[in-house]
Ligand binder design. Structure first.
Ligand code: PHE
Length: 341
């Protein structure tokens, strides 16, 4: 009886060991047959009911089955392990031909890049950089620049008001006043930074950047202004681009002019960027109005000067042929990454 049972256990164990498809399943079988509460341990208990003379022989047979199963277990386990490792290696194969992950290096935003280029050009003719507050007193943004409260010129720049006496500066020209108040002429400065206007379309941003040149010296004329701007524009854009000066009006300069560059997209034929004119306005300029000197307590005509204010994004658009100014603040890396240093 016990012999038949032992044979059945042996056969069942061998069949199942061989059928095991992984080491975990095989181990579970080992526990089931050879473990502390396994089938072989159980069958040993049957020995108690055997006649005394059969006990040693049966015990020997159980041990034989036990070591056979242990041996088969070890062999099967080894084979399964090997298959598992090979399977893992095949599935996790390292493909050295795959392109690796590249870390994106940071690069300058085009506004920053253009600004740096401008500063470098202006430094060669003696100009150094100034900044100023983004929230300005009405006085610095308008009043000191000869734009009184009821002056129609206020409408030239749609203003974001912080409170009745403070604005987000609409231009970098207040930097002129800060410099005139705190520094002694002769002066050659480039003010720079963000400016804000209630304005937004293909060629206008509500938040853009300007560069403001100012030269104050003993004798300064329109010829000096034109010479300086022509030099600056030629150095920045290269010799291929045309510029023109159009008579204009700014309360803080007299006489005043606007500076245009030929449109790089349509090459002067007319397109949506240049509003079919073939020209793109980059900013204004003029000789500093004596009233501004007066407001800043600088003696005129002992000291005279010129100033100009250009849009940095506009200059970037023209130099790099960008067809929509709104690409600048979007921060799409596909755009920004085209301006590697
Ligand atoms: N501040 C003027 C503007 O933003 C530009 C300007 C600067 C004009 C300096 C003349 C002199 O439109």
């Amino acid at each position: 009886m016990s012999q038949t049972k032992l044979d059945a256990i042996k056969d069942s164990a061998l069949t199942q060991f061989k059928a095991a498809t992984n080491t975990k399943a095989l181990y579970d079988l080992k526990v089931q047959f050879l473990g502390k509460n396994g089938s072989l341990t159980e069958i040993m208990k049957d020995m108690a009911s055997l006649p005394k003379e059969e006990k040693p022989l049966f015990g020997k047979k159980v041990n034989e089955v036990k070591s056979l199963l242990e041996q088969v277990y070890t062999e099967t386990e080894e084979a399964l392990k090997k298959a598992e490792i090979e399977g893992k290696m095949a599935s996790e194969e390292l493909d050295l031909t795959l392109p690796s992950y590249t870390r994106m290096a940071g690069n300058q935003h085009p506004v920053y890049k253009v600004s740096e280029e401008i500063f470098a050009i202006m430094a060669r003719i003696g100009y150094s950089v100034r900044t100023g507050p983004l929230i300005e007193k009405d006085y610095y943004n308008f009043e000191a620049l000869n734009i009184p409260a009821d002056h129609p010129a206020r409408d030239m720049q749609d203003t974001f008001f912080i409170d009745p006496t403070h604005v987000l500066r609409t231009h970098t020209s207040p930097i002129q006043i800060h410099s005139l108040e705190s520094e002694k002429p002769p002066l050659r400065i480039v003010g720079t930074g963000p400016v804000f206007r209630c304005d937004s379309d293909i060629s206008h941003l509500p938040n853009f950047h300007q560069i403001e040149g100012m030269c104050v010296d003993r004798k300064v004329s329109m010829a000096d202004l034109k010479g300086t701007i022509s030099f600056f524009v030629r150095e920045f854009f290269g010799p291929g681009l045309k510029t023109r000066f159009r008579p204009s009006f700014f309360p803080f300069t007299e006489p005043s002019a606007e500076v245009d560059c030929s449109c790089p997209i349509c090459k002067g034929k007319g397109c949506s960027l240049c509003k079919q004119t073939g020209w793109i306005e980059i900013g204004g300029c003029g000789l500093i109005n004596p009233k501004v000197f007066h407001n800043a307590k600088i003696a005129y005509p002992e000291w005279q000067g010129f100033a100009f204010g250009f849009g940095i994004e506009r200059m970037g658009i023209i130099k790099y042929g960008i067809d929509d100014i709104r690409l600048f603040p979007e921060n799409d890396v596909r755009f920004v990454r085209q301006f590697l240093p």
